[in-house]
Design a protein around this ligand. Structure first.
Ligand code: SF4
Ligand code: SF4
Length: 82
């Protein structure tokens, strides 16, 4: 999963581009649900939120490190639920 840092300026650019609806407005800044973020695996070649964020504040979350296989499995699980 990726995560949003305190550099976030709440511009709302990332939320609509997430294919997994993993991004939501938290108590102060936007946040990413690690159970829903597949790092865009299964949808796009590159993470869309990272691509569009104007202040570059969406790094990999070291607390939720996943392999490509794990991310693809998560994407398939989420698609099966959709
Ligand atoms: Fe959503 Fe992709 Fe960003 Fe994860 S990396 S929060 S799936 S846009
Ligand atoms: Fe915050 Fe970046 Fe998302 Fe804008 S695109 S709301 S600055 S994380």
């Amino acid at each position: 999963s990726l995560k949003i840092t305190v550099e976030c300026i709440n511009c709302d650019v990332c939320e609509p581009v997430c294919p997994n609806q993993a991004i939501y407005m938290g108590s102060e800044i936007y946040e990413i649900d690690p159970d829903l973020c597949t790092e865009c695996v299964g949808h796009f070649d590159v993470p869309q939120c990272q691509l569009f964020c104007p202040v570059d504040c969406i790094p990999l979350d070291p607390d939720h490190a996943e392999t490509q296989d794990e991310l693809m499995a998560k994407s398939l699980r989420l698609k099966a639920l959709a």
